[in-house]
Design a protein around this ligand. Sequence first.
Ligand code: PLP
Length: 348
Amino acid sequence: MSGTDFYYRPQIELAERLARLAPGDAPKRVFFTNSGTESVEAALKLSRRHTRRPRVIAFHGAFHGRTYGAMSLSGSKPTQRRGFSPLVPEIHHARYGDLESVRSLFKTTCPPDELAAIFVEPIQGEGGYIVPPADFLPGLRAICDEVGALLVLDEVQSGIGRTGRMFASEHWGVAGDIVCLAKGIANGLPLGAIVARADVMDWPPGSHASTFGGNPVACASALATLRLVEGKYMANARRRGDQLMTGLRELADRHPAIKEVRGIGLMVGMEVRAGGAPDPDLRDRIIELAFRRGLLLLPCGPSTVRFCPPLCVRARQVEVGLTLLDDALSAAEEERVEPSEAREAAKD
Ligand code: PLP
């Protein structure tokens, strides 16, 4: 049976829990989905319906999902869009981390009184694990309040304890009008949710629904997950994140391939360069060589390696991961040595 039609206890308990956890004093309402992209889709529909305005701002480098609304909001890679047009109209993109670029849209293509919402990842994930400047999220909050638009925080990747706080936006003391969740919320079972201010989620029954969104098995898993995240894994994310960042910065002192190490908690990015310029090939090679040594990593952005381990990762596992990475970096750097230099080195 569907939670759209009948209530069941785990769904109600989870909704109450998420409503309590989400930042902001206003009462909240929750809508359940099965995935991140569906959460973003629900937030887009709700933003337009509630404000009765058509336009939305999102950011270059953003990734919000693969269904039409979420894909149209994304600004990460051409391959995610190629061949799928026409996309959802009236979506404008600004530069991530740059408030002035948002304001300049108001003077050019986006009348502010037509703006329904700004969609933003508190830390940009797919776009390169980018931590924005300190004034960015508070500035977006202020702009939304000024023009009567909603601030929608996509915490699909950054939420549920990953950064050492339940929601990444807490690091900046910012509350969204709608928060999108999925990924870690049910520890691998398909579940997503939006948590919105109660006065914002004012659509009547039937406006939006999902048969399996918030099914009892996924909700039970989410309740157990949240207990563990709050109980110990959020603190673990802080401790292991510090360990990982310190270790990566030590590696950066010895490996010229590492340009920058950045992140919060267990959402950590390592930017790769060669001769001062971003180098996607070198980044991909490091990931391949790490994989052969038993360390699984993912890329993000043009030339960043992402570290996104389980929140239960142990100190020893971080240590081993750093050792394997050290070795992979050395191997990748050696491959890059010019053949003549390699011959000279062989003579020595
Ligand atoms: N939003 C963000 C920030 C994401 O990182 C992702 C997935 O990577 C999504 C949305 C889409 O989530 P899903 O793959 O569950 O649809």
